[in-house]
Design a protein around this ligand. Structure first.
Ligand code: TRP
Ligand code: SF4
Length: 327
């Protein structure tokens, strides 16, 4: 039997996840568990690169995110689930990779310039923020990953990681594979205002939403703006509610579309139907969260066990790294 391929990926702890995170990234992670040896971690040091002034929130946000991961079906028996700051080897490798990383590689990362511009009010002109891609490379290379599942926005960081791996191997001998980028097949979930669903826009539905919260959010969703009266025919193709039907109400969506076009269904009724489907879809996640909230010590246990397994793997890599460098 060939060795199982290794997958590594991390998420910054942003607190509770929303449906966009769930459909976009998390379900992909869950699928990959069957086939690969997966290392999934809470990137809490990464949260510091732009959020060092709000560091007090990171621990609680990490726990909330972990609960969402487990509620959605990440399995701590199958996958190695851990917290970045528990594995000091990431920091050691970050330091060593820093020695061979040209500053220009960091400065030309598109995310670097973009975020400096976007987070203008924040002082992120820091060494840590500039070094973000090198820390990410260390996260990945510490496990000698074969592949990394990420969204498109992270592709430049993966390219950077391969370049650093190549440079290390060239200088000191081959220690690292060059990890492949596994672009997630993306289903973009709109926010309730039709823009991209995002925490910062406040247009999101939490994946841990209660049925009541789901109903409230669905009723706030924008519809076809030209459909003013009940007997006006609607255009599902421009309607956010319909987009949600397409994602969460299969195979019923096509029927809803026809009923909308023929004015056979009203928007209030259409939203009611969606709220029901969505609540049913999220029911198991919601139940699992409630269960997990009963046993907070279980979360510590998972991080402890996952940390042990991650550390073992990272320590083996770092031993090879020190050896190759002659330390
Ligand atoms: N930078 C990633 C993000 O913002 C999070 C991340 C940190 C990550 N380290 C990683 C993703 C390693 C994949 C692999 O989404
Ligand atoms: Fe949108 Fe449904 Fe109203 Fe049609 S009936 S416009 S799909 S909310």
């Amino acid at each position: 039997m060939s060795k199982q391929k290794i997958i590594v990926s991390g998420m910054r702890p942003s607190g509770r996840l929303h449906l966009g995170n769930y459909i976009g990234a998390l379900q992909n992670w869950i699928r990959l568990q069957q086939e690969y040896r997966c290392y999934y971690f809470i990137a809490d040091w990464h949260a510091l690169t732009t959020g060092y002034e709000e560091s007090a929130e990171i621990r609680e946000n990490s726990r909330e995110m972990l609960v969402d991961w487990l509620s959605a079906g990440l399995d701590p028996e199958t996958s190695v689930i851990f917290r970045q700051s528990d594995i000091l080897e990431h920091a050691e490798l970050f330091l060593l990779l820093g020695m061979i990383t040209p500053i220009s590689w960091l400065e030309r990362c598109p995310t670097f310039k973009e975020q400096l511009r976007e987070l203008e009010g924040k002082n992120i002109n820091t060494y840590g923020f500039l070094g973000y891609p090198a820390l990410q490379a260390a996260d990945i290379l510490a496990y000698r990953a074969d592949a990394v599942p990420v969204g498109e926005d992270q592709a430049p960081h993966l390219e950077f990681t391969r370049e650093v791996a190549r440079r290390f191997n060239y200088l000191y001998g081959k220690v690292f594979p060059e990890p492949e980028t596994l672009l997630s097949k993306f289903t973009l979930v709109p926010g309730i205002d039709s823009r991209k669903m995002s925490k910062s826009y406040g247009n999101y539905i939490a994946m841990s939403a209660t049925p009541e919260e789901v109903r409230e959010k669905v009723h706030l969703m924008v519809t076809d703006p030209q459909r003013v009266r009940r007997h006006d025919p609607g255009r599902p193709e421009v309607c956010t509610v319909y987009r949600f039907h397409e994602i969460f109400n299969q195979p019923g969506a096509a029927g809803v579309g026809e009923e909308c076009r023929s004015a056979g269904i009203g928007c209030v009724q259409c939203k009611g139907l969606l709220a029901e489907k969505l609540a049913a879809y999220l029911q198991p996640v919601f139940e699992k969260r409630r269960e997990l909230e009963q046993k907070p010590e279980y979360l510590d246990e998972i991080l402890h066990e996952g940390g042990k397994r991650a550390r073992e793997a990272a320590q083996a890599t770092l031993a090879a790294v020190r050896e190759a460098m002659g330390l």
